[in-house]
Ligand binder design. Structure first.
Ligand code: A2P
Length: 344
């Protein structure tokens, strides 16, 4: 019989954590036992896994003993505290927070893009930012074929990326506005209903937000290419699920939109929807609940030499977070010698 694994999910009650449980089950990950971890706030409540109610436990230093793999999505502070503790106790961590992504000991993996980088991990593997993942899955075939020297991207990111409280905020605020009632935003600095906020994560000294700089630094790390130039504007929009992205690229060698479309259509994890005459292009409403990255509006950017434009949509809770994390775990168990840690 093939091996089964003791798996933990930290942040199991959260928007991403619940998707991680679903994704482990939907993808048939070989789970021997499942431990659902969160904070003391939800200890004792239950989450569902494969039709069974699993009791949520408060996360402590002892939570990881006996676990083989843990998927973390409980924010940077919990990851910074508990990932090294888990790794030292022999449990490989796949971490969805941004806290370990730029650590040189930690591989940053998109399985369709840089699976080779998982070898040599020490016990913590980082899951990239949702917006970076979907952009790179779409661009990888172009990057391999003709090289990319510059990327300009504008994102249209859904509120589920901020977690359960933001989903409630958009819903309650929308209802309040329709009923002419006051609503004071609690999660975002401004009203998100019927609005667009050019502000995701905090601002840095260079005028970009941390979210925008994640797209720059993570792209360079994943492509192992520090010459690629990236400029991002990340915008929160009043959409519940799925991030959309308008992307402009400059390639090193010329490629036609038709050739780019053929390459992208053959790439793993991507679905091309590109028949604008039939009003067919990727939409958040149709990508929600799907694991693929959807690409369309592939066309020439006439404003530069070797320019292409694309429109890329993916479910941020799935490919942007949970699915990618479970795919990393699948890469690990493909070579069971990788299900081991040497974090010091
Ligand atoms: P809890 O339900 O106990 O608050 P979301 O991204 O949807 O806001 O979810 C965040 C997830 O991370 C929740 O499962 C939350 O648990 C969990 N969490 C937040 N902080 C901690 C912490 N310090 N230790 C463990 N789990 C945490």
């Amino acid at each position: 019989m093939s091996r089964e694994y003791n798996v933990g999910v930290l942040g199991a009650t959260g928007a991403v954590g619940r998707e991680m449980l679903k994704s482990l089950s939907d993808r048939g990950f070989p789970v021997k036992s499942l431990k659902a971890l969160a904070s003391s706030r939800s200890a004792g409540t239950t989450v569902e896994f494969e039709g069974k109610d699993i009791k949520v436990e408060e996360t402590t230093e002892k939570s990881f003993a006996g676990l083989d793999i843990a998927l973390f999505s409980a924010g940077g502070s919990a990851s910074s505290t508990f990932a090294p503790i888990a790794a030292k106790s022999g449990c490989v961590v796949v971490d969805n927070s941004s806290c370990w992504r730029q650590d040189t000991r930690v591989p940053l993996i998109v399985p369709e893009v840089n699976p080779q980088a998982i070898k040599g991990h020490k016990g913590i593997i980082a899951n990239p930012n949702c917006s970076t993942i979907q952009m790179l899955v779409a661009l990888k075939p172009i990057y391999d074929a003709v090289g990319i020297k510059r990327i300009v991207v504008s994102t249209y990111q859904s509120v589920s990326g901020t977690g359960n409280k933001a989903i409630e905020e958009l819903s309650e605020e929308t209802r309040a506005l329709f009923h002419s009632k006051e609503y004071t935003p609690k999660v975002y600095p401004h009203r998100i209903a019927f609005n667009c906020l050019p502000h995701i994560d905090s601002f840095t000294d260079n005028g970009y937000t941390k979210e925008e700089m994640k797209m720059v630094l993570e792209t360079q790390k994943i492509f192992e290419d520090h010459n690629i130039s990236i400029s991002a504007t990340c915008v929160r929009v009043p959409v519940f699920f799925c991030h959309s992205e308008a992307i402009w690229i400059e390639t090193l060698e010329e490629i036609s939109p038709e050739a780019a479309r053929d390459l992208i259509a053959k790439a793993p994890g991507v679905l091309v929807e590109d028949e604008p005459q039939k009003n067919l292009y990727p939409l958040a409403s149709s990508a929600a609940g799907r694991e693929e990255v959807f690409v369309g509006r592939i066309r020439k950017d006439f404003s530069v030499k070797n320019g292409l434009c694309l429109w890329v949509v993916a479910d941020n809770l799935k490919k942007g977070a949970a699915t990618n994390a479970v795919e990393i775990a699948e890469l690990l168990i493909r070579d069971p010698s990788l299900v081991a840690t040497n974090w010091s």
